[in-house]
Design a protein around this ligand. Sequence first.
Ligand code: NDP
Length: 288
Amino acid sequence: TNNPVTVIGLGAMGTALAETLLANDHPVTVWNRSPEKADALVEKGATRADSVAAAVAASELVIACVLDYAALRSVLDPVAEKLRGRVLVNLTTGTPEQARSMASWATEHGIDYVDGAITAIPPMIGLPESLLLYGGSERAFDQWSSTLELFGSAKFFGADPGLPLVYDLALLGLMYEVFSGYLHAVALVTAAGQDAVSLNPLAGGWLNAVLTWLPEFAENTDSGHHPDTGSSLAMQARGMRHMVEARVAAGVNADAPAYMESLMEQAVAEGHGADGTSRLIDIIRKRG
Ligand code: NDP
């Protein structure tokens, strides 16, 4: 029979995790602050633990997924000694520093700790398209990777338990800035009396072209060379000025292009006007 697994936290995400384990014939013990959230899982075969301590005692692998790290500590602090010698996989989202300090807490109590970040929404759990990022105890990850892979693809980043959240936040930031760019583009187009959908045939191809430039930015950043491939920062800084003016004239917020313009102008002022876009990473890092 499959190894028993405990799931602590039965919000939308914890419920999806527990359901996936049940669907793959793992004995599953669950605990949630509001016990009624376990009802549907119990009907599907899960065991409801009456206390966190009983939940922890039921399985060598304990998976936790609650609102935030403060909630996590309030749930797990009282049972730290019960977790000793067990594996704790924490899928609660927070900051990289919170993950690292949770890992230190776990080490102090002899708990084998893996921190994870879920780059998927609950309905995607159990599908190969969902991607979960892990870091921390390699021994624990190796031991339980086939179970963790039931949730989706699993990528292990090594001993630093903060790295999964670093990458998670990097990806989320990328997504939200693309959302922001698109929505401001829609605002500009609609302010000119056009339908929003008029942008669609142009935006897709444009974004695909943009996508092809990005890997080179990363390579330039790692090598420290930022060649101009046809549009120098000095030239782009002037373009950004027009962007800012056009948005202001249309009544559309210009904070993002004004920020880009200021980065470009600083690069020019520091003697990098002939370089390409990726040179801005130096200015971004310096500003902090
Ligand atoms: P929900 O809001 O659905 O559930 C929150 C869970 O946290 C509930 O089980 C709740 O218990 C519990 N909780 C909150 N406060 C406390 C507390 N003080 N003590 C004990 N338990 C507490 O959130 P999700 O399940 O969606 O999210 C859980 C984690 O997964 C979050 O860190 C989230 O960022 C992350 N995540 C979620 C994604 C999503 O799309 N939903 C995507 C990727 C990550 P109770 O039922 O008693 O209120």
